[in-house]
Design a protein around this ligand. Structure first.
Ligand code: FAD
Length: 498
């Protein structure tokens, strides 16, 4: 099902490819790519945005909950425990600059963000302690977070903190405004899936299914950077589910998110027949939840416990990526001599981090990189972040081992809507049945060869290692893999014993 945002905003079309060269080729038409491209085009650069999917906003940005907030759950105090203080300060400065530039751009295009108070809340004593640490961290970093806000929520909580004058957007309308800004300055958005990006002479070549593009610089604004195998292998991918509900009960005025588990977030939004509630549920490491359908059922039950007549109108899902120190990576792909830039690691807060990345990348390309961006880019890795990375690597190995153990039974034909791993001779096969069609594809993700697992809610094959996702026919949906799962046609014969 399409998200509320994609369902209620007019689609953003593509341009003709024309000449396949540009000063800057931006890969990916989410907030990061479109805002980077719009800023560069506004400075006079010839810019093209290359987008793999058949519509703009198809991946995270069209399936977000779109709170543009500097209060991001309890992220700041956790980042202070993992990164150097000057890097967190630079992150805050960049977030403020990104949020402010995005809001002024949207206002200038006649699509202003709606101003709202942002609230982080907790149901448990451990959550309240995290909120206290967050207030202290935020104030120390110059963000005036207050220890209040519980009374503005439509349910009882154990504690809340708030930050006024934040914002929420309709993210597809936001992308439309960025696309209009880009096009007004001569930029283009072209449908093309980029397979490889090579540095050649003084520029780059981007190989796509429809030909080679040449540019001075490439920007990978693809969520998990693709193609950039080494960088993407250091990220953790987390997927979550959101839904919109029609209800006669009052809707929340603020935007709010819990800091304890299971995660809950709420905001209001314009729906097809009036305002609706948008609620978000818990995340899970991509490919590592046995039955994500259950998470949506639990979210429904939670919503109906406070809005009893809530009727679900839309349900959707998306994923985002986190770095070991929880701060975004905005810099150059290793070995690219600064010609292939990338931005990733927004940890589900890409409305401000994507905007911040756009300022950093456009500034760098124009020779005016902000000081905060340089500090953020040059930060080292702390021992705490190394520990985090080691833990994430261990979790990947364990998840792959569990998936392998579950795949050793003989392959069979799953029921409608289901998918299973199984063995056929010496190979592992991923078999699914969707809309009456049974399809068999390789069970190994082409990124680093880890196994995929069936997502019962999204009906997709999701890699248990770094979050690549594939449709039942194996075609790539998102994530670091740069090609599809191999389709398997005939089952090989079992070896004859004796
Ligand atoms: C459930 C959920 C709720 C969230 N809520 C919030 C929130 O309230 N506030 C907030 O700030 N953030 C939120 N986020 C995070 C935010 O949505 C993301 O960080 C942000 O949208 C990322 O934008 P992006 O442009 O970097 O990536 P995307 O929007 O994913 O765009 C990347 C684009 O690159 C394209 N692409 C990929 N590979 C290729 C290729 N090889 N060739 C061509 N194109 C390619 C993709 O098709 C895609 O369109 C949420 C995330 C999730 C998962």
């Amino acid at each position: 099902m399409a998200s509320l945002w994609l369902d209620t905003a007019p689609p953003i079309g593509f341009d003709e490819a024309g000449r396949r060269d540009a000063d800057v080729a931006v890969v990916g038409a989410g907030i990061t790519g479109l805002m980077t491209a719009a800023l560069l085009a506004g400075r006079g650069a010839r810019v093209v945005v290359l987008e793999a999917r058949d519509h703009v906003g198809a991946v995270a940005t069209g399936n977000t909950t779109a709170k543009v907030s500097l209060l991001q759950g309890d992220r700041l105090h956790r980042a202070l425990g993992l990164a150097r203080r000057d890097a967190v300060e630079a992150f805050v400065e960049g977030s403020i600059a990104g949020q402010s530039r995005l809001r002024s751009l949207l206002a200038a295009r006649g699509a202003p963000a709606e101003e709202r108070t942002a609230i982080s809340f907790a149901f448990t004593p451990a959550g309240v302690a995290a909120l206290e640490r967050e207030v202290e961290a935020a104030r120390g970093l110059g963000i005036p977070v207050e220890s209040s806000g519980a009374e503005a929520l439509p349910f009882r909580v154990a504690g809340a903190i708030q930050l006024i004058e934040q914002a929420q957007v309709q993210p597809v309308a936001m992308l439309a405004a960025l696309a209009a800004e880009l096009r007004e300055h001569g930029g283009r958005i072209v449908r093309a899936a980029v397979r490889s990006v090579r540095t050649v002479g003084r520029g780059v070549e981007l190989e796509t299914g429809s030909g080679v593009w040449r540019a001075g610089t490439a920007v990978l604004a693809t969520g998990s950077p693709v193609p950039a195998r080494a960088t993407s292998a250091l990220l953790t991918a987390s997927r979550s589910y959101a839904a919109a509900y029609r209800t006669s009960a009052p809707l929340p005025e603020p935007m709010a998110i819990s800091v304890d588990s299971p995660s809950r977030s709420i905001r209001s939004a314009a729906g097809p027949g009036g305002a609706v509630l948008v609620a978000g549920g818990p995340g899970h490491a991509v490919g590592r939840h046995a039955d994500p359908r259950r998470l949506v059922d639990e979210l429904d039950r939670w919503v109906r416990s406070y809005w009893p007549d809530a009727e679900r109108t839309h349900v959707w899902s998306a994923q985002d990526y986190a770095t070991p120190d929880l701060l975004p990576w905005i810099g150059a792909r290793p070995g690219s001599r600064g010609r292939v830039l990338l931005a990733t690691g927004f940890d589900k807060w890409g409305m401000s981090s994507g905007a911040m990345s756009a300022l950093a990348l456009a500034g760098r390309i124009a020779g005016e990189e902000p000081e905060w961006a340089r500090t953020l880019r040059r930060r080292g890795t702390t021992i705490a972040a190394l520990g985090q990375a080691a833990g994430a690597f261990g979790a990947v190995v364990a998840a792959d081992a569990r998936a392998t153990a579950s795949a050793l039974k003989p392959a069979s034909t799953p029921a409608e809507g289901e998918g299973e791993l199984g063995r056929e001779g010496l190979r592992l096969v991923a078999t699914s049945t969707v809309d009456g069609e049974t399809r068999r594809v390789s069970a190994h993700c082409p990124h680093v060869g880890a196994l995929v697992a069936w997502n019962t809610q999204d009906r997709s094959w999701d890699c248990v290692a770094h979050g690549s996702r594939f449709a039942p026919d194996g075609s790539r949906l998102e994530g670091p893999a740069d090609c599809p799962l191999r389709a398997l046609r005939r089952a090989p014969r079992e070896p004859v014993a004796g």
